[in-house]
Design a protein around this ligand. Structure first.
Ligand SMILES: [Zn+2]
Length: 301
């Protein structure tokens, strides 16, 4: 079992812990989130083991992102080569029916990406999203392999550059990688050039690493201004996302009511409680009579 450094684990925990502080009447975000230390210069694609990243070897952005969506297995299945689950068991993972054929929404015209926290659907689906990527738990791979559900990962390039192949592994089990800046800064109020670098160059970097350039975006802390949405639109990120539920330390917090509603976007992070959070998210979706669907399939290409 890989022992993660205390510092990195702490960073992940802090990042996660400080991201979501729902406050009465609005959102409160900490402005004091510790940055990942001055990261070394962006790891170039060349510096990464190409063999470890099959996607990087494929030419052009491969056909849409959809890794076998709609074929969600009816029953969680073990993945023997990954080793036995640690801290969870297969029966913790609910069995979902396959996601229905997606009904893409219509995006509003204009020069800004829309900002959404729920997808207007008529179908019994919900969307799980997992952010940042500081902590890379081996259990995450096993959970993804067992659950085989569509998940969208909004990844910060500084957070993942020390282990790019880890997230490629998750792609193999149904994850799609989207953009979440280079260094996870507060974007609101910053110059267009600053935001462009963080948003567009971050997306470019993910495209180089994984062979598919992101098409969706989540601003750090869910915080943005009109420049953010214009810049995201300009560099090909078709929509930006907030959320309706958050999961932390195994507990689901709801903005509205006490259950996941159809079309809800659920947010969790790659944090120390990943196992508990992932299972809590899936069980909440299951309790609500919903099935996980892929966000990318609901945003028109
Ligand atoms: Zn984040």
């Amino acid at each position: 079992m890989i022992k993660l450094s205390r510092r990195r684990a702490l960073l992940g925990a802090l990042c996660g812990a400080l991201v979501l502080v729902p406050a009465a009447g609005g959102w409160a975000y900490s402005r004091s989130e510790p940055r990942p230390s001055a990261a070394p210069p962006a790891a170039s694609a060349a510096a990464l083991p190409a063999a470890a990243s099959p996607a990087a070897a494929s030419p052009a952005p491969s056909s849409p992102s959809t890794p076998e969506i709609g074929v969600t297995s009816a029953m969680p299945a073990p993945a023997p080569s990954l080793g036995a689950p640690v801290g969870w068991k297969l029966s913790d993972i609910p069995a979902f029916p396959p996601a229905p054929a997606p009904e893409p929404i219509t995006l509003p015209p204009g020069d800004k990406s829309p900002f959404l926290s729920r997808i207007p659907v008529t179908q019994p689906v919900a969307f799980l999203t997992i952010d940042d990527g500081y902590l890379k738990s081996p259990e995450a791979v096993k959970l993804f392999a067992a659950a085989r559900i569509p998940v969208t990962l909004f990844l910060t390039t500084d957070a993942i550059q020390d282990n790019v192949p880890f997230f490629d592994q998750l792609r193999g089990y149904g994850a799609v990688i989207e953009a979440h800046t280079i260094s996870h800064p507060e974007l609101s109020g910053r110059s267009p050039d600053f935001q462009k670098h963080q948003i567009c160059d971050g997306a470019d970097r993910l495209g180089q690493w994984y062979g598919r350039r992101p098409v969706l975006f989540r601003p750090p802390f869910g915080d943005k201004d009109s420049t953010t949405l214009r810049v995201a639109h300009e560099c090909g990120l078709k929509a930006a996302f907030l959320w309706k539920e958050t999961v932390d330390k195994g507990k689901v917090r709801y903005q509205e009511g006490k259950k996941v509603q159809p079309g809800d976007i659920i947010l969790m992070h790659f944090r120390p409680a990943f196992v508990k959070d992932f299972i809590a998210a899936l069980q909440a979706i299951h309790r609500a009579g919903l099935t996980p669907a892929l966000l990318e399939n609901y945003v028109p290409a």
